[in-house]
Write a protein that binds this ligand. Structure first.
Ligand SMILES: *[C@@H]1O[C@H](CO)[C@@H](O)[C@H](O)[C@H]1NC(C)=O
Length: 135
């Protein structure tokens, strides 16, 4: 597990955002999970953000790669990954970007991306999963 931190600074909240003040979350954790039914081949991932290279990881069945960070306040936080599984691959998949995932993962502070033979599912609670990308 890799620990990442970036400094944030407070900027005045806009009118719309002040409504959400209580739930203004800045700490998030992204989980990438090998949800394949067997161990014939690993799920290979390579991720990076504007600032950080999270390197290459091979995940076997049920293994997870996770990283946490604090979102930037004045500029976009954006994490992108390449996924490959045998001959199949998906490149430049956004696993976290300010505005989208800061909203969708706000409640739990967690974003789960689970790779399956069909593609990659997203969930913020690991119960209600939706297929986001197909191989
Ligand atoms: C993903 O793959 C593309 C094409 O090979 C490459 O240009 C890009 O840098 C890769 N991205 C990551 C996050 O490794």
């Amino acid at each position: 597990m890799l620990l990442l931190a970036s400094f944030i600074s407070q900027t005045p909240l806009g009118h719309e955002e002040s409504v959400d003040k209580v739930l203004l979350r800045v700490r998030f954790k992204v989980h990438i999970i090998n949800g394949m039914p067997d161990n014939a081949k690993p799920l290979e991932i390579t991720c990076h953000s504007n600032d950080d290279d999270l390197e290459h990881h091979a995940l076997w069945k049920d293994q997870e790669f996770k990283f946490k960070f604090i979102t930037h306040f004045w500029r976009k936080t954006h994490f992108v990954c390449n996924f490959s599984w045998g001959p199949k691959s998906l490149n430049d998949i956004t696993v976290f970007v300010s505005r989208d995932e800061t909203r969708s993962c706000k409640q739990s502070g967690n974003c789960f991306w689970q790779a399956t033979p069909q593609g990659i599912y997203f969930s913020s609670d690991f119960r209600n999963c939706g297929l986001r990308f197909t191989w």
